[in-house]
Design a protein around this ligand. Structure first.
Ligand SMILES: Nc1ncnc2c1ncn2[C@@H]1O[C@H](COP(=O)(O)OP(=O)(O)O)[C@@H](O)[C@H]1O
Ligand SMILES: [Mg+2]
Length: 245
């Protein structure tokens, strides 16, 4: 069953054409990477899929339904973490999760479960303001997973993390893939992340899809890895604009 359908979607901010005619269809259980450099339009596209931004034109269907009129129903089946998550610094990890759980009518049992799943046991009493980058991203993932979503959106879940924290997060997502029927859409500019986690890779630049497919179908004798493919397609590298991180 198709979980997400994007049909010829456009979105501009004044004179910036952030998304320029994107169409895609994502089946249940697939892990999909939106891979592209800074400014490619990844966040704009996922925020429209998440029902947080309106399209200028085109259509987005989640399990066949539009956000308009079905928002309450769709909020229950999706989980999301935004590109930069800020928590109330004076709340502990446990209190933060309890607050978000209450929005879904979920109790402390679910909070305990999700703390174990994301490996935050030793941090549950810590104020969120004291967490490391990796712990904060695991908390953002924990919040996104609370309602056991059928569709999970993660925007740059490991940007700025050290390699060890990045692997921790990948490990959690891989176990989610083994155990569940979750459909995952993640944005990243790390080709290793797309390669390691995702069944389907969609390469985006300047608001358009350049290529998409399974890793092995995207590579050939001219492009031995995704970075090379991206350079061959655009003349620039994936991480060119990310020095500031
Ligand atoms: N709220 C906004 N107002 C104006 N321009 C925006 C806004 N959001 C994004 N943009 C612009 O749209 C383009 C795509 O941005 P974004 O979707 O954030 O890309 P990515 O997530 O791939 O880095 C960029 O040129 C960005 O500056
Ligand atoms: Mg972004």
């Amino acid at each position: 069953m198709i979980q997400i359908e994007v049909k010829n979607v456009f979105k501009s901010f004044k004179d910036v054409k952030a998304v320029r005619g994107i169409s895609l269809a994502i089946p249940q259980g697939e892990f999909v990477a939106l891979l592209g450099p800074n400014g490619a339009g990844k966040t704009t596209l996922v925020e429209m899929m998440e029902g947080l931004k309106k399209t200028d034109s085109g259509e987005i269907l989640i399990q066949g339904k539009t956000w308009h009129k079905n928002e309450n129903e769709l909020r229950k089946i999706i989980g999301l973490s935004l590109q930069e998550t800020r928590f109330a610094e004076k709340l502990s990890v446990f209190e933060t999760l309890r607050l978000f759980a209450s929005f879904f009518g979920l109790g402390d049992e679910r909070v305990v479960e999700i703390i174990e799943l994301t490996g935050l046991q030793s941090k549950q009493k810590s104020m969120t303001g004291t967490l490391s980058g990796g712990q904060r991203q695991r908390l953002a993932l924990a919040v996104a997973l609370l309602n056991n979503p059928q569709i999970l959106f993660l925007d740059e879940p490991t940007t700025g993390l050290d390699p060890h924290s990045r692997l921790d997060l990948w490990h959690i997502l891989k176990s989610l893939k083994e155990h569940g029927k979750t459909t995952l859409i993640l944005t990243t500019h790390y080709m290793e992340e797309a390669e390691s986690l995702c069944d389907h890779i969609i390469i985006i630049d300047e608001g358009k899809i350049l290529r998409e497919g399974k890793l092995e179908d995207l590579l050939d004798e001219n492009s031995h890895n995704l970075d090379e493919l991206f350079i061959n397609l655009t003349g620039k590298t994936l991480n060119e604009n990310y020095e500031r991180f």
